[in-house]
Design a protein around this ligand. Structure first.
Ligand code: N2P
Length: 342
């Protein structure tokens, strides 16, 4: 009798413990490298009793390819502006239930209602930034002010370009005086030829350019603002410039894919990210701008108004958003394939 009880207790115990462990929900985040810090991840894990897994991609097109290939495990993704419009069109995003995201009210209206999701039905802003050139001012002199420096043979093998078709073709388009969003075949062709001509000078195509800058593998990089900012922490001589011909600006958003296995948890995560003290951690870690004004109270002085994050007005005016070129995308795809294949 006694033994039977013991057996029963053991069975029940295994059941409960097993259940507890087996039921621990896992939030799967698919995002840019260097975007979700350990303290943000662990803070959420502790408070909500879940596990957070972070996987990364190097470009919006990589993210799209994965989703179109049927990747279904992701609960949270962080596409940029134009990719949000593409994902909405492809019916790949879940509408957000605002009732579950009361901290939505913490977001500055400056970052809401943008062209890619005018009612913010599917996205909330995570960070904003620009693309430009990060360079080591101890080596690269005079200080560059034009995209032309990325075609200067004296820096052969000493610089990298983003591994990102819209940004990199975009840099060449801007250098040539065209729009980032051109749908003129001749202009795409000219940009493609520029990039093919540049290729022998390029050390590497890499989206995580800060790694190359920090390691000293390059002295200059086509780079996003926050990543340039991160590189300056290790190498204070690194500067960041938005070339005079103009460049791109972006908002990276947080969205829930339609196929997300843990939608309720994903909304809790979004709501958590929008707490001012948590949102401040995003900027403290990524060095990209915060979209939650009250987060600034939790930021050290130098991160509140830094010039890498907040370019002056005249520079802002030279920036363009990337947009979905619709069917014309195939010409960007093809140009990029040709550039990479050379
Ligand atoms: C962070 C990459 C920034 C994303 N490493 C650019 N949209």
């Amino acid at each position: 009798m006694h033994n039977r009880y013991l057996l029963l207790v053991l069975i029940l115990l295994t059941f409960f413990i097993g259940d507890g462990v087996g039921q621990k929900q896992q939030l799967n985040v698919f995002t840019w490298a260097g975007y979700v810090s350990d303290d943000i991840r662990e803070g959420f894990e502790k408070e909500f009793g879940v596990t957070v897994l972070v996987d990364t991609y190097a470009s919006n097109e990589d993210l799209l390819t994965k989703l179109l290939a049927g990747a279904t495990g992701y609960d949270i993704i962080m596409p940029s502006d134009y990719m949000v419009s593409i994902l909405i069109k492809q019916n790949l995003l879940e509408a957000l239930n605002r009732d579950n995201i009361p901290n939505f009210q913490n977001i500055s209206p400056l970052f809401l209602g943008k062209y890619f999701d005018t009612e913010n039905q599917y996205s909330i802003p995570y960070t904003f930034g620009t693309a430009g050139i990060a360079y080591d001012s101890a080596v690269v002199s005079p200080a560059p002010d034009s995209w032309a420096v990325l075609w200067d043979a004296q820096y052969k093998n000493q610089f990298s370009m983003l591994d990102d078709q819209r940004e990199t073709i975009g840099a060449a388009l801007k250098f040539l005086g065209y729009s980032l969003n051109t749908t003129d075949l001749e202009e795409i062709k000219a940009a493609k030829e520029k990039l093919i001509a540049q290729k022998p000078l390029v050390k590497q195509y890499k989206s995580e350019a800060e790694e190359l800058l920090i390691a000293g593998d390059v002295v200059m990089a086509h780079c996003w603002s926050g990543d340039a900012f991160r590189a300056t922490e290790t190498r204070p001589t690194i500067q960041y410039v938005i070339p005079k011909e103009g460049s791109s600006q972006f908002i990276d958003a947080v969205c829930i894919p339609k196929s997300a296995p843990h939608k309720a948890l994903a909304e809790q995560f979004i709501n958590y990210l929008l707490r001012p003290e948590v949102n401040a951690k995003i900027t403290a870690f990524t060095k990209y701008g915060t979209c939650v004004p009250t987060a600034k109270e939790f930021l050290p002085e130098h991160l509140r108004e830094h010039k890498f994050i907040y370019p002056p007005k005249e520079v802002l005016e030279s920036l363009e958003w990337l947009r979905d070129p619709g069917d014309f995308t195939r010409h960007y795809d093809r140009a990029w394939e040709e550039i990479k294949a050379k």
